[in-house]
Design a protein around this ligand. Sequence first.
Ligand code: NDP
Ligand code: 2IT
Length: 453
Amino acid sequence: MSKAAEFIDSVYQAVLTRNPGEREFHQAVHEVFESLEPVIERHPEYAESAILERVCEPERQIIFRVPWTDDRNHVHINRGFRVQFNSALGPYKGGLRFHPSVLLGTVKFLGFEQIFKNALTGLPIGGGKGGSDFDPKGKSDREVMRFCQSFMTELQRYIGEYVDVPAGDIGVGAREIGYLFGQYKRLRNKFESGVITGKGIGWGGSRARTEATGYGAVIFAREMLETRHAGFDGAKVIVSGSGNVALYAIQKVQQLGGTVVGASDSQGAVYDPDGIDFELLREIKEVERGRVRDYVDRRGGRAEYRNSGSVWDIADVDGIDVALPCATQNELNAENAETLVRNGVRAVAEGANMPCTPDAVRRFQKAGVLFGPGKAANAGGVATSALEMQQNASRDSWTFEYTEQRLEQIMTRLHRSVRRTAEEYGHPGDYVRGANIHGFQLVADAMIAQGVI
Ligand code: NDP
Ligand code: 2IT
């Protein structure tokens, strides 16, 4: 082992010891550290200033009780989190996740990823993440409202336009952002638009923010494919999930001439050989809060519901060109990767955060599949959140076309800079190394400039 590798391993061992049981956080740190040996060799100042140790230690971690009352007047207690990970490049920025699986380690993994993702956008945003083990599924709008109000009653102490700017993630969409913003406004007695992003268009939200993550992931995949003179026209695509990211990835693929033959939720998958009907799926998921099973019932034709196996098994039916995992972490394992490789997948872009297991990533890379890691491929969402902050700060409201054009420019530049870094470090086409190294260096240089804090 080189000296740099030994040093990185010793920092990683300390991360394991200091953060016991936080498996996903360990995984996220390990994945970034795996890329850093040549960086530490070239830049001994990063080791001298303890950048690795500091970047793994959140600047602040807030855990709080969230009491709320359901429609039958029963009292419930959930746990709220906000991890303010790194503010070297700007105010903490990152979403809130409401899902029963949320633990401190989940929020830390997401916050850690967010630091480098946000750096890669080239916009002035630091990294943070938050959430709760609250499950919005099956709750009435009023229950969700009371929960959000209670959550914000505590969170408001720690956030602000120049401090920390939350947004949505799994289980947090337009409805939740509305209730959260309303309570913040009431408690602070000021209309501070830039305190949260993903707002409604009529009250400070940005056009194209809803679409941005899914669109951005497809733009990133398009750029990767273009390096091999391929594209989405006529391509067969499978998307996992059917939430915000998945839906707008589907729409963008279709705009570029591809056919999405599969999508899913946590209960099952739909195979639709004629191509998913985007408007129908959007209506069912976004408006009615239904399931993909409802889509199959309403769509008729050749659409099939599959509630066993994985959405990725659809590749076995009639091949695949592009896979877009857009549901959740570790949802695509080595076996799924094998299925995709066997059926001819050419590119994989992570719309979700860390959806592919480390073994799956290795399988894709070994097979020469273009692989875009989440911190690069799904950065379009948070980038457009930063554009929302710009509009709020200047009290302006841009058109959809202009905002989408900015997103397009950010994603193509991001793709280029990640690719260039991979080449510079002797691994052409390795977007994992490119994203980790480039994102890390942007943050590390700012941390050094700002002193030991
Ligand atoms: P949504 O809540 O809108 O949708 C989540 C989708 O993933 C649903 O279809 C959900 O199914 C499925 N899902 C969630 N958890 C699981 C699970 N444990 N197993 C299987 N399926 C699951 O969230 P988003 O679309 O916003 O987020 C999806 C991913 O994208 C997450 O990884 C998020 O961190 C990431 N992301 C989101 C951004 C954004 O702007 N929203 C930006 C960048 C990344 P079901 O309804 O059955 O639970
Ligand atoms: O993972 C992510 O980048 C998000 N959930 C979006 C964060 C944001 O602040 O828009």
